[in-house]
Design a protein around this ligand. Sequence first.
Ligand code: GLC
Length: 752
Amino acid sequence: MKQTLVLLACACLALASCSRKEEGSRVDRLLAEMTLEEKIGQLNQYTGRWEMTGPAPENDYAQTGLEMIKSGQVGSLLNVTGAEATRNAQQLAVENSRLGIPLIFGYDVIHGFRTIFPIPLGETASWEPELARKNARIAALEATAAGVHWTFAPMVDIGRDARWGRVMEGSGEDPFLGARFAAARIKGFQGEDLADAGTIAACAKHYAAYGFAEAGRDYNTVEVDERTLFNVVLPPFKACVDAGVATFMNSFNEVNGIPATANSFLVRDLLKGKWAFDGFVVSDWNSVGELIPHGVAADRKEAARLAITAGSDMDMEGNCYIAHLKELVEEGTVDESLIDDAVRRVLEVKEKLGLFDDPYRYGSAELEEMLFLSDEHVAAARDAARRSIVLLKNEGGLLPLDAGGQRIALIGELAADKDSPLGNWRAQAVPGSAVSVLEGMQARVNTPSMLLYERGPQYLLARPSFLVNVEINTTDRNGMAEAVAAARRADVAVVVMGENGFQSGEGRSVTDLKPRGLQLELLEQVLEVNRNVVVVLMNGRPLDISSFIDRVPSVLVTWQGGSESGNAIADVLFGEYNPSGKLPVSWPRSAGQLPMYYNHKNTGRPTGSPGQVTWSSYTDQTREPLFPFGYGLSYTEFEYSGLTLDKNSMGIEDSIRLTVTLTNTGDRFGEEVVQLYVRDLVGTVTRPVKELKGFRKVGLEPGASAEVEFTLRAEDLHYYGADNRWGVEPGEFRVWVGPSSAGGAEASFVIE
Ligand code: GLC
């Protein structure tokens, strides 16, 4: 019997592989049948009118769009979600167009779908890529239930300038950390096989260097030298290719004079050539059409030619491909082979998703009902939010609070805000559905009367949205007196301040990082009547807190923590969870220091004596961050000792094993992110003063110790050098192991 079953299983596998081989020729067969118009239709993506994530298109194609779907002139829709809506749209294409090629539905599933996780920058502060993978897995399950096939995530842009609103969407300033979170999120979204119903195609974006926009101003010019491009910007994108990402998305910006959407070097030569990426590239919203304002295309026809030639396969909301590619091919300006390559890439992703087998396999009202905000998903959101929180300061052990014996004044509009914790790019979160800090704390205190909430002055003047900026009150001080009075009567005042959920994200560049409105004034007045103040930041980016950091005993960074934000913050405030997050970005003292990043070059004048001016510094402020990359405290203490290397020199094919002893010298369980940094002291080009090359989160009971080991390969030290190739040069290296990018146990080694 058993033998029969084994034989049967083998037969099924053989059949499957045949059908897959058969399937492999299905795309060839389909391509051969398609007219030029039908091919171009596959490269055309429209947004559903239901939810706009970009400027409304000039021609309102709402009605023509439906006709175009039925006639096979649309290959993909974005911003259409829900089992019913996606099924209806799919039927239009499959049951009306000549070949019945299914649509692929794309959507920005950035940090959750209905259950919302911390914004990606906050999730990265956990320094737990596995956590990010699990959260992406949950997001994919909810998204597929809603009929979504493809997410425009992970966003892997390195962010060194907090003026840029989209720092909230990435993994911070470091390529090593960013690459690991990018790969983890892709694994979460795509699972082991895109043919599995609960997996979605991922999208590495925005290719490339979008975060290097000059002055932190969104969509602005990017000038980046080739070495920074290869050593800093591109490693997370290469990690996406290595992780098997199904698609890429162009960025809006130019890169050294050539817009990314028309950049043959980046797309055709590097991504599809050298890196052999076999998925497809979608433009960002009308980034094909924006080649005209960029000044490299005279009209949409020229824009279409440049983009398809450079390797941009699908035109999102640009109406350039659908309007001009046919003409370009027929007049011989664009070879049809370029169209065929682009269409093949699109069709192969649709095939991997199983859409040819069953165009309706995604989307189930029953699954939506079962999965959205399920207990399991909500618990995961709470855990993720807790693990993302960073403790910047805790003087005198003011935290954790005592849920039973303290009179607590909770102050600030953000403390009761159930919407801001959802952050920007919140997918299908129900507005106002997050647990607020107030609700989280009310659920924890033993005696409700011991928790007094006062909003203080109004913060928001009008409800913002994705495309509408926030309006903030700067004049009406009603509520200030009541808040101050509450602080005066309390044992401790918890002041929640920072940003509304739509103050960061796309198009949210700022010139000043200070908390806006009357928040700082409110805090000052609270400090005058009570010294026991905990500031809880709710933020999409690092904020300028230099005006009060020396006078507030405790400061927590909670980012925008998602659906379970308030419960997670209460868990940390009352000590249910010991904060373990570490900063994924350097925390500046002011916007004037930006761009700021730990892995900077040394310059020729790195140090100077007090009062001296002729060195790389500022005369009005220190050049150092307020808190360094990788920094974060715990309610316990950790000690590092005994850093040892198994050898002090290695060849270029060799590796060194480093061991350090970590001890929890405090009185409670805690988790520490042990970080490994390296410096190449002399190179044929200038090298960063430090580079992250390893990290590990270790949990220890009080008094316990652990040997933490890293293997550092010479290969890990490769960089793109003077001769424009990857490699490592012999010479001396420093190595640090510690709790952040500042300090740590130090040693040296040599590469021979
Ligand atoms: C937006 C964003 C991009 C997003 C796309 C679709 O403009 O730049 O990240 O995926 O349009 O919403």
